[in-house]
Design a protein around this ligand. Sequence first.
Ligand code: PHE
Length: 455
Amino acid sequence: MSEKNSGQRDSFSTNFGAIAAIAGSAIGLGNIWRFPYVTGENGGGAFLFIYLIFIVSIGVPVMISEFIIGRSTQRNPYGAFRLLAPGKPWFLIGLMGVLAAFFILSFYTTVAGWTLEYFYQSVTGNLGGKGHDELTAMFSSFLDHPFRPYLWFLIFMGLTALIIISGVKNGIERYTKLLMPLLFILLLLLVIRSLTLKGAGEGLKFLFRPDFSKITPKVILEALGQGFFSLSIGMGTLITYGSYIRKKDNLTRIASYVVFSDTLVAVIAGVAIFPAVFALGGSAASGEGLMFVVLPEVLHKLPFGNIFSLLFFILLAVAAITSTISVLEVIVAFLVEEKNMPRKKATVIATVSVSILGLLTVASLGSLKDFTILGKNIFGILEYLTANIMLPLGGLFIVIFTGWFLSRAILKSEMTNNGEIKTRYLPVYLVLVRYLAPVAIACVFLYSLGILKFW
Ligand code: PHE
């Protein structure tokens, strides 16, 4: 990763390092916290079905497009579009990405702070022996606490900034290699525990048996938004990371590994949570607190529950930080390369400004919770705006750009590494970026605005 100020660019040192960093960005709270709660609010199986279709038909081509733009230019998103389309307004996509990075960090770090609180509560043994109602009460009184959620937010933001300043390569590559497989194993344990609860079958039905009558314009837009959010696409994160991928690595292969593992983790998180929701008596549609009121109870139904619980929340925090650094990196790379700032100064400026909006976001679930616009608090607005609007819109323009404006020679040479590897996927990719993906994203937008009707 980029450890130096400006000048010569650094890159991921191995193919595995690239996959680990990109999967690290993709896999995070989006999979384990957001996927289950959004699935729960949007009716379960039918949502999952549409989500999977979007991942393959839209997610993969957008991801590869971002890699191509980043690796061919060796720039941050803004600079990349300036270089590929001088004098044209495409650079606005890069700017929208920087703005989206601010918004995402504000609410994402808020939730990341919750995982630290729950880690702390596991250490002090406070989560054990509590039932659904007590855990629900505990979660909401935590959100209302006058300083704890703010403190955890700032701690998490600070940790993210430290990693960004001190250079990512050694630290991140080394730790994620060990810790992410561990998180995966813990999730599998949770799955087993959750599936062996009495009444678990209902949860599986909820997740895997699509009830197509539940599909509404909202469900479709949410599925698209969750796909973009979970894969970290549509805002230039993967243009930035793509610019660090070595010339000899296979972009299509990296994308398929990342998409596969990201989707697997999301589905497994769903299988850990929904059976427990149905067995232990909660509601699938209980919003952003879902994971925090369901999983502590399941964790404590394992032998040595407390240890599993503290392991789980700390590993989740690690998964979250490999995502937050990729978001902060978008802002920092922009300031370093376009505003000629030293890396350290850029990180401090970005962190301080994100924290101002972030603290407001934390407050919007506590003392400011009565302040709403269109029924949503600041947290909800930022989440909705980024996941469901800014990222898909960014993705729409990105595929239009690579499909219709970027020279075929660049596309081809990036996908085949200058003719060195064969990519059977190339013709499929071209159809997806030129026609299917842009039309599909546009239709979802029009449909959710009520302008288009299918049935
Ligand atoms: N994909 C990350 C997650 O699922 C969140 C993220 C969104 C990261 C957008 C970067 C950009 O946790």
